[in-house]
Design a protein around this ligand. Sequence first.
Ligand code: ADP
Ligand code: MG
Length: 359
Amino acid sequence: MAKIRFKNVRHAYPPPKGQEPVYALKEVNQVWEDEGAYALLGPSGCGKTTLLNTISGLLTPSEGQIYFDGQDVTGLPTSERQIAQVFQFPVVYDTMTVFDNLAFPLRNRGMDETVVKQRVDQIAEMLDLSANLHKRASGLTADGKQKISLGRGLVRSDVNAILFDEPLTVIDPHLKWQLRSKLKELHQQIGVTMIYVTHDQVEALTFAERVVVMYDGTVVQVGTPVELFNQPKHTFVGYFIGSPGMNVLPCKIDQGFPVFHNNILTTPSPVGSDLSGKLEVGIRPEFVEFADEGIPVVIEKVEDLGRYQVVTVLHESDVIKLIVNEDQTIPSESPMIQFNPEQTMVYCDGWFVEGADHE
Ligand code: ADP
Ligand code: MG
């Protein structure tokens, strides 16, 4: 097992003839602590698979170094890195039995058959594959095959890390939930570093102790689910995490406070007046409420989601969403809203701006 460290890692795939290279990883400096359970969360195309492949060695980054416990492994082939990787779509030997598929990574390393049987039985039990061990893999459903893939990733006990690349995409929702819980349980038992890639925030937040949020080739924030919710360091994190995501609205700064179309807002502390760049204010729908005074709005839409309602309002042409309790009535005449000052944040070019008194 190992602590994995990225130092100034950048990667560009070979560009089409005559074109400039585009960096799929722009600059990644990131430490993955030994025995951590991480989710790597970000939209499709942001570089998640590229990042995983540089850890396993399927890909050598164009620039920068990767260290396992201080040893530079950037040039090492996959076979010398002791990484197990589970891909998005099942990789299964159809003609082999389920048992032989699961045993493959162990036999490949010349393990004793008694140990092989022991490990395979244990993993099969965990994944509910015991009854199928002597069937051919070709006879299994897509779910079954992906369980074999997961099993092959989990069967070795000598790995530095296990990487999961959106492994539950092809799995039915109920089973998905079960498998995710099992992975989490297994992580607690064996304590090996796990990095779980997903574009689904619910999956990320339930699996991981720490979520690494990626956007456009960079890591924008690493934090616990609560940190990502309460203090998004980037508007993308605010918008991507939460349902609906954070409201991000244009603003100016006047005497340290954000002004949204002539409405002066309050933040926990004033920000500097020397900010240059695109200025925005971020406020989660949970922290906006109807009030007797404040910003006048027009109600666009009310969605009843059971215990709460999502209300969409307009001020000028800007859309703002509020989450209000089911029992609360929505004002019908001249509605006005207020932002909770403690939760009102200023962003400059997408990045959170610390208050001026924060040192
Ligand atoms: P994700 O896994 O987050 O969806 P990827 O790491 O697969 O993202 O891709 C990141 C970027 O790199 C995308 O713009 C994608 O088109 C590009 N890319 C991925 N693989 C290749 C490749 N083999 N050749 C060229 N470009 C690639
Ligand atoms: Mg991918």
